[in-house]
Design a protein around this ligand. Sequence first.
Ligand code: FAD
Length: 337
Amino acid sequence: MKARNLGPRNLQAANTLALPCVAEHFYRLEQAEAAADTLRAIRERHPQHPLHILAGGSNVILPEHLPLVVQPAMTGIHYLGEQQGCHHYRVLAGTVWDALVRHTVDQGHGGLENLALIPGHCGAAPIQNIGAYGVELAEFVHAIEGVELTELQPFRHRREDARFAYRDSRYKQEAGRWLITALELALPARWRPRIDYPGLQQALAGQQPEPQRILQAVVAERKRKLPEPAQSPNAGSFFKNPVVDEYSMRLLLAEHPGLPHWPTESGHKLSAAWLIEQAGWKGRSLGPAGVSDQHALVLVNAGGARAEDILRLARAIQQDVETRFGVPLEIEPRCLA
Ligand SMILES: Cc1cc2nc3c(=O)[nH]c(=O)nc-3n(C[C@H](O)[C@H](O)[C@H](O)COP(=O)(O)OP(=O)(O)OC[C@H]3O[C@@H](n4cnc5c(N)ncnc54)[C@H](O)[C@@H]3O)c2cc1C
C-alpha cells in the first residue's frame, strides 16, 4: 500500500505561526508518479473527510483540529538542459524552495536569486505566486504538474493556464481542487540583474551584480528586516499590499502625501506596512497575538496564541485601516481555521 497513515500528528512545530493543531489522519506523498493512485486510496479510506494539503506551513493559519492532512513530500531537482534560450529545471513539490534557489545559482544559472530565503516548499510556491524584491515566480514557470482532486487525474498546466497575478493564482482561487507534485522552471540563459528595489541597490552599491552577490544581498536584507519564525513565530507578510485606482490614489495622496506607492499594471500598489504603522499598530498586541515591532506587516504569536487570537488582531487592524484610510486589507496566508 502506497498510502501510510501517520496520524494523529501534532502540527504545532510544522507551522511557522506555531499555532496548536492536530491532524487526525496524516499522509506523506513520496512519489510524484504514484500521487493520483495514492490519493485515490486515501479518499477511499476517508470518504467523509475534507482533504487539506500542508507543505512547509509558512503561509497557513491552522485550526486546532484537522481531520485529514496530506503532505507532498517528494524531493529532487533535475536539470533538463537548455531549450529555446532557457535553462529548464524540473523540481519536485517537497523540495525546499531556498535549496532550489541556491542550487540553480551555484550552477551559474541566475534568475531566482531575488527570491532567496523565502520559506516553504517548491510545490507551494505557485499557490500565491511567491515574490520578493521586484521578482515573481510566475515569470519562470514553464509548466506545473499534479493531480486534479475532483477526478483524481494527473494534470500538466502551462504558465498561461495558471492565471498568475500578484500573490494569486488559479491554485489559490480554486483551493482544494489541485495538488501540485512538480514544477518545470525556465531560467533565461541570457541573465540580467533585477536590482531596482531600493534596499537592494544600496546593498550592492559599487559591486558587480552577479547572481551569487545578489543572493547574498537579498539574504542579508531579509535577515535584517524580517523577524525569524524560530524566535518570533509568524507567517511573513500577513496582508497583501492593496491596489487602488488612479482616482483613489489622488484622493489618498491629497490627505497623506507620504504614502508610499508604486504603479502596477492593475493600478497603484500601496504599502500595507505604512498604513498599519500610521494606524499605530506596529509593536502593539491584542492578547497573545501581536504586530512585530520590527515590521508592521508581520503578525506574531507572542506565546500561546490560537488561530482565533491571530484573526481577532487581523480583523481589528483591517477595521482600523479601513476607517482611517478607506482602504481594505486582504489577508495573505491561507486560513484553514
Ligand atoms: C518569515 C517569512 C517570510 C516570507 N516571505 C515571503 C516573501 O518574501 N514572498 C512571498 O511570496 N511569501 C513569503 N512568505 C510566505 C510563504 O513562505 C510562501 O507563501 C510559501 O510559498 C509557502 O510555502 P509552504 O511550503 O510553507 O506552504 P504552506 O504554508 O504549507 O501552504 C500554503 C498554501 O499552499 C497550499 N499548498 C502547499 N503545497 C501545495 C501543493 N503541493 N499543492 C497544492 N497546494 C499546496 C496549502 O494547502 C496552503 O493553502 C514568507 C513566510 C514567512 C514565514
